[in-house]
Design a protein around this ligand. Structure first.
Ligand code: SF4
Length: 374
């Protein structure tokens, strides 16, 4: 019965090694299995050519490969962004986004995959389509890893095509460079599965995504930020701040009532004290809501003395929300105040608006379309 089988993509290498050893095979076989999955990109145990047939049969008896199926893939008009909609085994839907940061279409630029960690989200941020859909469940380690693995396979194919098309050397183009845990859900609310998936993605003999190329984004779960500071892995932390004071922040982010701004910034300072790592603050700009000069000054004051960088993000309009994107001039003035106060910032490039690339937007429109077709 499929249902009793374990998901191979949910296991870290040391777990595979232990399980293989327990059924009478040398644990070095786990290296060969690992290599086949994460370097050769097999999609079936029968494709592994380096292990004995008896082990293949055992693997097929005990494990399955896939836990997510592609339902829809949309590519933005400018070819910079691909959005994937996956169906899970219990008919939940999740999204993944691939973003290419290379205006000339190739060369050594970033390719970043943005993964989901939960089906839905319980935190209810008002500017977010996922937050409006409620929480269904935590994603498993396998469901998180498979999102990255599938996108990696696509990027590798794309890279091969570009190498041929432009007669480049293989190392002249990057494939997947970065992973951000910024898709549907709050990664730190699915803490153990998020960390286990990071160890799998980071494995040098597998996908080998460097820890410094992995970013965990949180709305600010204070105890988990402190816990993350103790982990022996140097990932980046991005905190969705979105407002510099409790009144403004609580209007769009209900979590602020549980962990108010001063507690959150205290946790960030503690995180920095323990890790010495710069913190990234995400700031979605909402017209008239959090983008005034007063907000910019308060933000500067709040972050003074903390090694950090602010990513300013013009909001992706969400259907049914009254929140609007900030005006060009307001954004410019906001940035100037940060600059004057020596707070480093960038404007996040807008990607994939034409394909509902904002978190939860494609899932939401697909589910309502499905309902209409019933
Ligand atoms: S922004 Fe993130 S934490 Fe907030 S509701 Fe959306 S998915 Fe959840």
């Amino acid at each position: 019965m499929e249902i009793n089988k374990k998901l191979i993509l949910g296991l870290e290498k040391k777990q595979i090694s232990k399980e293989i050893f327990e059924i009478g095979h040398s644990s070095y076989r786990s290296d060969q299995i690992w290599h086949s999955i994460y370097r050769d990109f097999i999609s079936d145990f029968d494709e592994i050519t380096t292990i004995p047939q008896s082990l293949i049969i055992k693997l097929k008896d005990d494990y399955i490969f896939n836990s997510i199926d592609l339902v829809l893939k949309k590519i933005s008009e400018d070819k910079s962004t691909d959005k994937y909609l996956w169906k899970l085994r219990d008919n939940e839907y999740i999204e993944t986004v691939l973003m290419r940061y290379d205006p000339d279409g190739h060369r050594r630029r970033r390719r970043t995959v943005c993964v989901s960690t939960q089906a839905g989200c319980a935190l209810g941020c008002t500017f977010c389509a996922t937050g409006q859909q409620g929480f269904s469940r935590q994603l498993t380690v396998a469901e998180i890893v498979e999102q990255v693995l599938n996108v990696k396979k696509d990027v590798v194919k794309e890279k091969k095509n570009l190498v041929n098309k432009y007669s480049l050397k293989n190392d002249e183009i990057n494939d997947l460079t970065n992973v951000v845990f910024m898709g549907m859900g709050e990664p730190l609310a699915n803490y153990e599965n998020t960390m286990s998936s990071i160890r799998i993605l980071n494995d040098p003999k597998g996908l080998n995504i460097g820890a410094r190329h992995i970013t965990i984004s949180t709305v600010g779960l204070v105890p988990q930020i402190i816990k993350l500071a103790e982990e022996d892995i140097q990932v980046n932390l991005a905190v969705s701040l979105h407002a510099p004071d409790n009144i403004t922040r609580s209007e769009t982010m209900p979590v602020n009532k549980r962990y108010p701004v001063e507690e959150l910034i205290g946790a960030c300072k503690e995180y920095f004290r323990k890790t010495n790592r710069k913190i990234f603050f995400e700031y979605v700009l909402l017209s008239g809501q959090n983008d005034t000069l007063e907000h910019a000054n308060k933000l500067s004051e709040l972050l003074k003395g903390l090694l950090c960088h602010v990513n300013l993000i013009p909001v992706n309009p969400t259907a049914g929300s009254s929140l609007e994107r900030s005006k060009h001039n307001d954004i410019k003035n906001f940035r100037e105040i940060l600059l004057k106060n020596a707070i480093s910032s960038t404007m996040r490039m807008e990607k994939g608006i034409d394909i509902n690339a904002g978190c939860g937007q494609l899932r939401s429109s697909y589910i309502s379309m499905e309902k209409k077709n019933v």
